[in-house]
Design a protein around this ligand. Structure first.
Ligand code: NDP
Length: 256
């Protein structure tokens, strides 16, 4: 048994068409998995697919909006039709709405919770029968530093990402007997489209984050490939319900 070889395995990655999701897709494809990326934006899907295939990966893309009713069953049915089922589910799709709590609307709140948290439950539930039939599976949920911290601009986002950690633990305990491992990755500050907005808006933010991070830099999507391969392969068969922080030391920085 090879610990990190994913040849013959199939992975579905929500939001796999850019940022951290694409970094993970590249990592899994590089380890031999067939990957199916699921995003809303058709042009981004096509560009990501081209990048994955150019890198030597076996990849396909489907258009999915994880806030649409019935998306999870339809997405898993499409994965079944295209790949014969999946071994690895990466719940990565996410959004952030940065506002003070008193300015956050109910629609903002529901949009963040639906995208970041409810989708994790629905996609995992829809994947479960297939995992069970195949004798096991891996679920990798993407949390955040805001699974741990709060901030004036992150009431909905922190609630959703705290929830991601908690649902990870519950699914892990429920499905361990089915040989399904469920773990979370908590990224630090990563250079993607999501953070580009806040970096452009808040002067000095870019530099402040790099200075506060012991590694001295922002993370990149490629920083997630290794952890994802570990959590997707046999190397992590006795690891479940865990949170792996990938943040260059940001969360453990104690000095000022
Ligand atoms: P991006 O904005 O680059 O990526 C977000 C991804 O989510 C896109 O692929 C997007 O696809 C997809 N997505 C968003 N909404 C939906 C939806 N309704 N249905 C389907 N797909 C959707 O940001 P990141 O790569 O940074 O974010 C990826 C994950 O990492 C998120 O869960 C985020 O919360 C988390 N994270 C990011 C951090 C960072 O510093 N960047 C830090 C901590 C956590 P499309 O464009 O097609 O809609």
């Amino acid at each position: 048994m090879s610990l990190f070889d994913l040849a013959g395995r199939c992975a579905l990655i929500t939001g796999g068409n850019g940022g951290i999701g694409l970094g993970i897709a590249k990592g899994l494809a590089g380890a031999g998995a067939q990957v199916l990326i699921a995003g809303r934006d058709r042009a981004k899907n096509a560009a990501a697919l081209a990048e994955l295939i150019a890198g030597g990966g076996e990849a396909q893309a489907i258009e999915v909006d994880v806030t649409t009713e019935g998306f999870a069953e339809a997405m898993l049915a499409e994965a079944e039709a295209r790949l014969g089922g999946i071994d690895i589910l990466v719940n990565n799709a996410g959004i952030s709405i940065a506002k003070r709590p008193e300015e956050l609307t109910e629609a903002d709140w529901r949009s963040v919770i639906d995208t970041n948290l409810t989708s994790v439950f629905l996609a995992s539930k829809a994947a479960y029968p297939g995992f069970k039939a195949r004798g096991g599976g891996k679920i990798i949920n993407i949390g955040s530093m805001y699974s741990l911290f709060g901030a004036w601009y992150s009431a909905a986002y922190s609630a959703s990402k705290g929830g991601v950690v908690q649902i990870t633990k519950s699914l892990a305990t429920a499905w361990a007997e089915d040989n399904i491992q469920v773990n979370a990755i908590l990224p630090g500050w990563i250079d993607t489209a999501m953070t580009a907005r806040i970096r452009a808006r808040l002067e000095g933010f870019d530099k402040a984050i790099a200075q506060r991070t012991p590694a001295g830099r922002w993370g990149t999507p490629d920083d997630f490939a290794g952890t994802a391969v570990f959590l997707a392969g046999h190397a992590s068969d006795f690891v479940t319900g865990a949170q792996i922080v990938v943040d260059g030391g940001y969360a453990v920085q104690g000095s000022v």
